[in-house]
Design a protein around this ligand. Structure first.
Ligand code: XMP
Length: 315
């Protein structure tokens, strides 16, 4: 039986023993990196640099959420606004794998600068057991390796410490609950962020549209769950499609974009079923999105595809 208190005690001792110099950790706001950072903060508060890299493709208020969460545990998290450096090389890029590659490279570059700036010798990562085990020792795939800033330690001479490498997601969540972290029940969010929820070029304008739509989906589904109208889905967000259809604005016909709403039930993201969101909730989402983005979006659709054959993200 997994005991989070015992795990935290051992992990703190492990980090204390290994991290004998300046240590850096990238906090993404996700549960794995937050738990790893909380453990590191308990172990080596005086020699830790905590960095949140804002790529510009984050959800609304994400940097502030992360900063406050760490502040509440007495840790300072540096927010690096690197959005210009992400948007520029993504100009004209529509192919999802290229987006991922460019974003992954930029994350590494920004992180490298931060590590050099404060002379870090050690890097703590929130890698968990499935990231390694499913592929016999290698990071699972480009998705995860990007998310965990794969390749960074060897390249920059940083020594890697992975306090969560022997535990699984449900155990990480147990540790997060035990540490009373706000991220314990948080839905997953992809490393490349909103850029892969825009089907097409991830411009500033497109990003603002999808950020607002995602915010509305989150607010409405969380409110509906609070009211007991439904269970909170495992993951829920909006996608901006490049499909333009005719609509009516005032008295005139106007072309606007189509936003797709996605909400799924899953255990580990490997398979998923679309959530049976009550129609009254979908109704509110649709009305709010088309009102708030009235000049740009005139149609909202709900994705009723399971995984397989679909995936959770649209890319
Ligand atoms: P798909 O779309 O492949 O997604 O069904 C499965 C789950 O993985 C999340 N996802 C990512 N997570 N880094 C991550 O840590 C990534 O680059 C990434 N891309 C997708 C996705 O949100 C879903 O929960």
């Amino acid at each position: 039986m997994f005991d989070p208190a015992e795990f935290v005690e051992e992990a703190v001792a492990h980090v204390k023993e290994l991290a004998t110099g300046r240590t850096i950790i990238g906090a993404s706001g996700g549960v794995d990196s937050t738990v790893a950072a909380a453990i590191a903060h308990k172990a080596i508060p005086g020699q830790l640099t905590l960095v949140f890299v804002d790529s510009g493709y984050m959800r609304r208020g994400e940097g502030e959420f992360v900063r406050k969460m760490f502040a509440s545990m007495g840790a300072e998290c540096k927010i690096v606004d690197a959005s210009e450096r992400f948007f520029k090389p993504l100009e004209g890029v529509i192919e999802p794998e290229r987006k991922r590659k460019i974003i992954g490279e930029q994350f590494i570059r920004v992180f490298e600068e931060e590590a050099t700036r404060d002379g870090s010798e050690f890097l703590i990562q929130g890698t968990i057991a499935p990231d390694w085990i499913e592929s016999g020792g290698e990071l699972r795939d480009t998705i995860k390796s990007h998310h965990n800033v794969g390749g960074l330690p060897e390249k920059f001479g940083l020594k890697l410490i992975e306090p969560l490498r022997d535990i699984y997601k449900d155990e990480v969540r147990k540790v997060a609950r035990y540490l009373e972290l706000d991220v314990a029940e948080r839905q997953p969010f992809p490393g490349p962020g909103l850029a892969i929820r825009i089907l097409g070029e991830p411009t500033w304008e497109a990003t603002e549209i999808v950020r607002e739509a995602c915010w509305i989906v989150e607010e409405e589904l969380e409110a509906a769950a609070d009211k007991g109208l439904m269970e909170l889905p495992w993951q829920y967000f909006a996608v901006l499609t490049p499909v333009k259809t005719v609509g009516v604005q005032g008295d005139i016909r106007a072309y606007g974009y189509t936003v797709a709403v996605r909400a799924v039930e899953s255990v580990d993201g490997m398979s998923a079923a679309y959530s049976k969101v009550p129609h009254e909730v979908l109704d509110r989402i649709s009305i709010r999105i088309t009102n708030s983005l009235s000049n740009m979006v005139n149609r909202v659709v709900y994705d009723i595809t399971n995984k397989p054959p679909g995936t959770i993200e649209w890319e």
